[in-house]
Design a protein around this ligand. Structure first.
Ligand code: PRX
Length: 637
């Protein structure tokens, strides 16, 4: 498969960028023309950011799985679509060709149909990183069911919240998942979650760890049994459901600065075009290359760059069940060596943690197949960037530092591998179609170079979110109401003398812990649910490996006899309410929090204390009780 819209040089990038700004509709129509549509669109774009109301390729009809599977069968039927490497290196890997994947997706799509799933129904997927996860996702898309994948590290309570919000009617899970030296009892977590989820009628359980699980009669079904049923029916084909370009493809829950996580909604046509375009261009994918993204499908990176982007491009995507440090810190490099990986896309937090093991685990691994490297999820510090460049890429491979978000659907600001001149720590330049703008607090545009501001996007792109599930007003207020006529990213950003962009981090109350997005308010709510806790305030602080750590200031009803034990109890509560990923790294017991006279917590001060900047707290004159700050400083951890 060739990609006529793949940019090959800087001049071509500039031309394409210009065209995408002058004539966005013409530009995206040209790209979209290279996909398989059941019916072409009537209009490329209709939009306003006020409501917001954004529609791409209106009137167009398609099914994304026909673009990811059917259209490749003639040319790539025997080409590996997914290479799967298990957690345990002793276990056999699997290679699933495009033809195999097509058959398996159709089979499982028929399982879903046999269980009453119809177009528009919501299906919650809570699985480990096995090929059946990709099959489940694509099977939903095949029949027009809306998938909501929940990351395997979330608690029963978090899953229940997401299932209830989406009113999902079916859950797909596994008995358990292997991750490093842990077995995660997924089905048992689902059982707890389902106590409060009457919308769920069926649960399909795929076998992986074969830990004992309870199977409720009439509700719970084994994946394998259901597949057998379809086989006894003679494996009938499963024609793809015809979807409108603007029909929902999936919901993915993500944290914001307030309230519970919101269900970011992506639609079929625009998302497909954008995930594919950004994959093909950013990584300069060449047919036959083996591409390895280390993310989990539970996050947007896994959706766009393990499944939809690569498969729609006919690429070979490597899916890894385990973690980078199991059985040792050379695991990623062993995988690169074993499968002759050409493109490796990972997260700064993984690079930083692996750096800590020195070069021992890298030496003697043959990394000569690598051609391109990528980074995503958080700012990459220069030290990690250079280590990645020198010791993994051996100085030969371009690194793409890709900035984007769950809401953007795909990569927005990034170097194009081998085309854009890179600069460590910089996401560099916007891809064609993306019009970034920096604004000040009042929403005034900050023009010129060598400036800092809040990063907004002023024109729609096909992969952008359309709404937040069940609450369009929340979508408007969160992203489109801060500044008139702009999509606000929540990120701070610097534009340097070359016009290059460098993301400086969130300017709202959203933390980025090991590349996982967590709202401070969510963590506070979880801590406050612990018996004896009166109030808490959560901030981020710089953490050598995780990027940001979670620092919690907690007021308890009375002095605890054993503060260490109380801390552990609080961690347990946070694990139960959100999941282990949200556990604070530090808990400091305090008797009061710095508040303004109107009762607002001054987080700026708490952030400074957590960062260790004790002498530079800024103006504290508006505080109700300045003495509280002194006490917090004295007992700082
Ligand atoms: O703060 C930015 C940071 O991650 C946030 C988005 O998180 P999420 O929706 O979970 O998606 C992560 C994977 C796309 C952004 O608002 N972020 C993401 N990529 C980068 C980044 N920060 C700096 N540099 C990046 N390359």
């Amino acid at each position: 498969m060739a990609y006529p819209y793949q940019i090959k040089s800087l001049e071509e990038y500039q031309q394409n960028y210009q065209q995408s700004v002058m004539d966005p509709e013409g530009f995206w129509a040209n790209v979209a023309d290279h996909f398989y549509w059941r019916r072409k669109w009537d209009k490329v774009l209709e939009w306003n950011f006020k409501d917001p109301d954004v529609k791409w390729f209106t009137g167009g009809k398609l099914n994304i799985t026909e673009n990811c599977l059917d259209r490749h069968l003639g040319t790539l039927g025997n080409t590996p679509a997914i290479i799967w490497e298990p957690n345990d290196p002793e276990e056999h890997h699997r290679v699933i060709t495009y033809r195999d994947l097509y058959n398996k997706v159709c089979q499982f799509a028929n399982v879903l149909k046999n269980n009453g799933v119809k177009k528009g129904d919501r299906v919650c997927i809570y699985m480990g990183m096995i090929p059946e996860l990709a099959i489940a996702v694509l099977a939903c898309a095949r029949i027009g069911a809306i998938h909501s994948v929940v990351f395997g590290g979330f608690s029963a309570q978090s899953i229940a919240d997401r299932i209830q919000d989406a009113q999902a009617s079916l859950v797909i899970t596994c008995d358990g998942a292997f991750r490093g030296n842990k077995d995660i009892p997924l089905k048992s977590v689902i059982d707890d979650a389902l106590i409060g989820c009457p919308s769920v009628k069926k649960v399909i359980v795929c076998t992986r760890t074969r830990t004992p699980v309870s199977m409720i009669k009439g509700r719970d079904l084994w994946w394998e049994d259901e597949i057998k049923q379809v086989e006894t029916m003679g494996n009938p084909p499963c024609p793809a459901e015809e979807m409108d370009a603007e029909d929902m493809l999936f919901i993915l829950y993500t944290s914001g600065s307030t309230g519970k996580p919101k269900g970011v909604v992506h639609t079929c046509g625009g998302y497909m075009v954008y995930a594919n375009y950004t994959f093909v261009n950013t990584f300069q994918y060449q047919p036959g290359e083996v591409y390895f993204c280390t993310a989990d499908v539970g996050w947007i990176t896994g959706h766009s760059y393990i499944i939809y982007g690569p498969l729609s491009a006919g690429a070979t995507t490597l899916m890894f069940e385990g973690v980078p440090t199991y059985p040792d810190a050379g695991r990623l490099w062993s995988i690169v060596d074993k499968f002759r990986v050409n493109i490796l896309y990972t997260a700064p937090t993984a690079i930083r943690s692996l750096m800590g093991y020195g070069l021992g685990p890298v030496n003697h691994k043959d990394l000569s197949s690598l051609r391109k490297l990528g980074s995503v999820g958080e700012p990459i510090n220069e030290e990690a960037w250079h280590w990645f460049k020198d010791h993994i890429g051996k100085g030969r491979c371009p690194i793409v530092d890709t900035w984007w978000q769950t809401e953007t659907g795909g990569i927005m600001i990034t170097p194009i591998a081998g085309v854009t001149k890179e600069k460590p720590g910089y996401a560099t330049l916007p891809l064609p179609g993306i019009q970034p703008i920096l604004v000040d607090e009042k929403g005034e545009e900050i023009k010129g170079n060598n400036v800092n501001g809040n990063l907004c996007i002023k024109f729609p792109w096909p992969g952008m979110l359309r709404t937040t599930y069940g609450d369009h007003e929340r979508c408007r207020t969160t992203y489109f109401a801060t500044y008139d006529n702009l999509y606000f990213t929540g990120d701070g950003c610097l534009r340097d003398e070359d016009g290059y962009y460098r993301i400086t981090g969130r300017v709202d109350d959203v933390l980025n812990v090991s590349g996982h997005r967590i709202g401070t308010a969510e963590v506070e709510n979880a801590i406050n649910m612990h018996a004896g806790v009166v109030e808490s305030a959560v901030v981020g602080y710089p953490h050598d490996i995780k990027g940001q750590g979670i620092y919690a200031y907690v007021i308890t009803e009375r002095q605890t006899h054993d503060p260490e034990l109380t801390k552990k109890d609080i961690l347990q509560t946070v694990s139960r309410i959100i999941g282990p990923i949200a556990k604070p790294d530090k808990i400091q017991f305090v008797s009061g929090l710095p508040k303004t006279r109107s009762g607002k917590i001054m987080r700026r001060i708490l952030r400074k204390i957590a960062e260790g900047e004790l002498d530079n707290l800024g103006d504290t004159s508006t505080l109700l009780d300045p003495a509280v700050v002194e006490e917090i400083k004295r007992s700082r951890l």
